[in-house]
Design a protein around this ligand. Structure first.
Ligand SMILES: NC(=O)C1=CN([C@@H]2O[C@H](COP(=O)(O)OP(=O)(O)OC[C@H]3O[C@@H](n4cnc5c(N)ncnc54)[C@H](O)[C@@H]3O)[C@@H](O)[C@H]2O)C=CC1
Ligand SMILES: NCC(=O)COP(=O)(O)O
Length: 328
């Protein structure tokens, strides 16, 4: 029997998601079966669309066109101009994909970008992003956002909060959970038997022995020591400005950073086109391209599908690893 296909959620219809979905099918065809959940009328004209009734139909449909589990979202999509009537559907489609993944009908989910403001305006969306919404759907307290490309994996220990709130949001308990989930995710989803993790400092120069901040001395270094004593392979707290160059990156499998930009700037600089966003700590596989809705280029045909292709391939590899029963 063919393995279950990946579910690809449409994300914001006014963004680049629909055109990227069409290009992803053109690039992958039947080699990596996936199905799009969204409104077929939002896909670019000329896309070979095969409407399906159930996920398993996607395997055969992918030979002929883009498999679509159709949802009537009402009004047409206008590039760059989100319609409030679409927002509740965008949110429901993510929940539907989660149900399919949890039932095993989908091998995992790959999410095309949502526009946070459009969802707040149109659906009172109460979450900063997919990551937190997926955690709520799964009933999980703590999940971890990881961005991964060929040469770097990064994890922001705090995500979409103002910079001024970072020091308060970071606690020994939350950082410990983030490190443990990162360790388990590297092992279970990436197949790395003995993961090596580098932990960034919060302050410039990782505090420089207390001259530029005390969090490293007061609790980050002691936490790392304690987890190291348990057998986790950890380094740090390291200066964030010197831990992302090529030689430094060879020393670890993932870097845990203290806040969003400390983690995302290096990876988007190294590989803006090919980075993948993966959520660790969920009871199902979730990947996503690492870019947003790109309203400025939506509908022009300029959107690069590389990150979505990498996200679909990563979800497939993870699903296959799980199915193989390799060390979990
Ligand atoms: N996983 C998700 O759902 C994500 C959603 N977002 C959301 O997207 C919206 C827009 O965010 P921005 O910060 O403007 O980031 P963005 O990634 O949408 O755009 C930043 C720049 O990169 C370009 N770009 C983005 N994707 C591209 C692609 N595939 N090919 C070629 N160029 C591309 C855009 O044209 C723009 O110039 C926000 O609402 C944000 O929250 C942002 C990141 C991830
Ligand atoms: N900056 C990353 C981002 O916005 C992705 O968020 P999410 O929707 O995957 O939680």
């Amino acid at each position: 029997m063919s393995p279950a296909p990946i579910a690809l959620t449409c994300g914001e219809p006014a963004g680049v998601g629909p055109e990227i979905a069409a290009r992803a099918w053109a690039a992958l065809g039947p080699a990596l079966p996936f199905f799009y959940i969204g409104d077929p009328r939002h896909l670019p004209a000329g896309t070979p669309i095969i409407e399906i009734e159930a996920p398993q139909d996607a395997v055969e449909a992918s030979e002929r066109g883009l498999a679509v589990l159709p949802v009537d979202m009402g009004p047409p999509a206008r590039p760059g101009q989100p319609h409030p009537a679409h927002a509740p559907h965008v949110v429901e489609i993510i929940a539907r994909a989660v149900d399919l993944a949890r039932s095993g009908a989908a091998a995992g989910i790959c999410t095309l970008p949502i526009n946070k403001k459009a969802l707040i305006d149109g659906a009172n969306f109460a979450y900063p992003g997919h990551t937190e919404y997926l955690a709520a759907l799964a009933g999980v307290d703590h999940v971890v956002m990881m961005l991964a490309c060929e040469t770097l994996r990064v994890v922001p220990a705090t995500i979409h909060i103002p910079l001024s709130e970072v020091p308060r949001a970071l606690t020994p308990a939350s950082l410990e959970r983030t490190i443990r989930i990162t360790h388990d995710g590297l092992r279970d989803l990436f197949g790395i038997e003995a993961p090596r993790i580098a932990v960034a400092g919060l302050n410039p120069h990782a505090g420089e022995q207390g001259a530029m901040g005390r969090e490293e001395i007061d609790w980050i270094a002691p936490l790392i020591e304690r987890l190291r004593a348990e057998g986790l392979s950890l380094r740090g707290p390291s200066s964030a400005d010197t831990m992302f160059h090529a030689d430094a990156r060879r020393l670890y499998d993932a870097a845990v950073a203290m806040y969003h930009d400390q983690a995302l700037i290096p990876i988007k600089t190294i590989d803006f086109a090919g980075g993948v966003n993966v959520t660790l700590g969920l009871p199902f596989i979730r990947t996503s391209p690492d870019h947003g809705t790109a309203f400025d280029i939506a509908g022009t045909g300029a959107a690069d599908p590389t990150s979505t292709l990498a996200a679909l391939r990563m979800a497939r590899r993870m699903a296959d690893l799980r199915a193989s029963g390799a060390p979990a």
